[in-house]
Design a protein around this ligand. Structure first.
Ligand code: MRU
Length: 379
């Protein structure tokens, strides 16, 4: 699949941002314009945009289009301070959209530092502050694609070198970590794409990823789109698959936050996959850009796990034909009045993780120790 035919979750040209509504996939391809920070916040909170890197980029770009429009309308006058205050308040607001993926907070902090520097220059004007912000946000979009390609390469190299039988490599992945979850290419799915492109992939399996079905709706869609030989399983089938298919030699997942010791928050269900990988003696690989590493979070215990509405668990949404027209329909499958616990993420302890693959390279543990993400990032 050539580069320009891959799925695009984020379409951006200066002053104009559109996001692919991931709630409508795989049935309909609907792009929605994001004009304001409120639009960006809502797209992230309702999960029209989702996936740690994509969340950060849509937040940053929603502010880029919003601040540009306000500046064009003269709302800041010539005042660098007024533009700066708007940018800072907006970043704080965007950070309240979803709590677990650290990429959003990392992006907001980096952009805030850039704003402060731009506003502190003696000759600063509203124009210079706005322009500096917009350029920095646009650069994040560009950098993410290249980072993902590097993750894909490093991850594929690592797997080929470390599996027991490199002539027959199948992999299992969870949630959606592909073009839809990033600015393009993907992290864990980027590694799968790289293996496939090299002719080194026998088969990919993806989990359904209950309750939100990012696997069956989004990853399955991307795998079919990319013509990668693939099979969908539901989350509870993973151990049975590993038990009977020795070709599956690695489980590859993404990350929403990697703590300094390598403990990793990712989509609910990741932890149980890591346990089964260990039991079956196969690789368990976390693939994430370095913007997912949070050195301020020492261990997984400090990670805030988002809890989502019960309806995501008790109901399912699909498409049915109404007067010949595909119409989204939600039905309840759970018993009435049952209590519900719906954490969106879980934390996989570092001892279950074989390697953390980033755009800068692969991190492994020294025997008997945790990952040292601090030395890796700061060296
Ligand atoms: O709730 P979501 O769909 O935003 O969760 C996404 C995941 O957990 C992904 O695995 C993670 O963000 C990595 S995306 C490259």
């Amino acid at each position: 699949m050539s580069e320009n035919t891959t799925l695009e979750a984020i379409k951006y040209t200066p002053g104009h941002l559109e996001i692919l509504d991931q709630l409508a996939l795989p049935h309909e391809t609907i792009y929605e314009q994001v004009k304001t920070i409120e639009d960006g916040h809502a797209a992230i909170k309702t999960m029209k945009t989702r996936g740690a890197p994509a969340i950060a980029i849509v937040a940053a770009l929603s502010l880029a289009v919003d601040v540009s429009a306000r500046h064009a309308r003269g709302e800041f006058g010539q005042s660098a301070a007024t533009a700066f205050t708007f940018l800072e308040n907006s970043l704080e607001y965007l950070k309240t959209s979803r709590p677990t993926a650290v990429n959003l907070f990392d992006a907001a902090n980096k952009l805030s530092a850039i704003n402060q520097q731009a506003a502190s220059i003696d000759s600063a004007t509203a124009s210079s502050v706005v322009q500096t912000y917009v350029q920095a946000a646009e650069q994040m979009l560009v950098d993410d694609v290249q980072d993902n390609k590097n993750i894909g390469k490093h991850g594929a190299d690592f797997i080929i070198k470390n599996v027991k039988n490199n002539k027959d490599i199948s992999v299992l992945t969870h949630c959606n970590t592909g073009s839809l979850a990033t600015a393009g290419w993907g992290t864990a799915l980027g590694i799968i794409r790289d293996l496939h492109a090299r002719g080194d992939l026998t088969h990919a399996y993806c989990t359904e990823t209950r309750p939100y079905n990012q696997g069956s709706r989004l990853t399955a869609y991307e795998l079919v789109y990319e013509k990668i030989p693939a099979t969908l399983i539901c989350d509870s089938m993973a151990s049975a698959l590993l038990n009977q298919n020795t070709s599956v030699q690695a489980i590859i997942v993404g990350a929403d936050r990697v703590a300094a010791n390598g403990d990793t928050a990712n989509k609910i269900g990741t932890y149980q996959l890591a346990i089964t990988a260990k039991h079956h003696g196969i690789l368990f690989i976390v693939a994430a850009p370095s913007t997912s590493i949070d050195l301020n979070t020492k261990t997984g215990e400090d990670i805030v796990i988002e809890e989502r509405p019960p309806e995501e668990l008790t109901n399912v949404t699909g498409i049915r034909l109404v007067d010949g027209k595909p119409t989204p329909t939600t039905v309840r499958t759970a018993a009435q009045h049952i209590g519900v616990w719906n954490p969106s993420f879980d934390v996989t302890p570092n001892e279950l993780i074989s390697a953390i693959v980033t755009e800068k390279g692969v991190v492994v543990k020294k025997s008997g120790e945790a990952f040292d993400m601090t030395s890796f990032l700061l060296s």
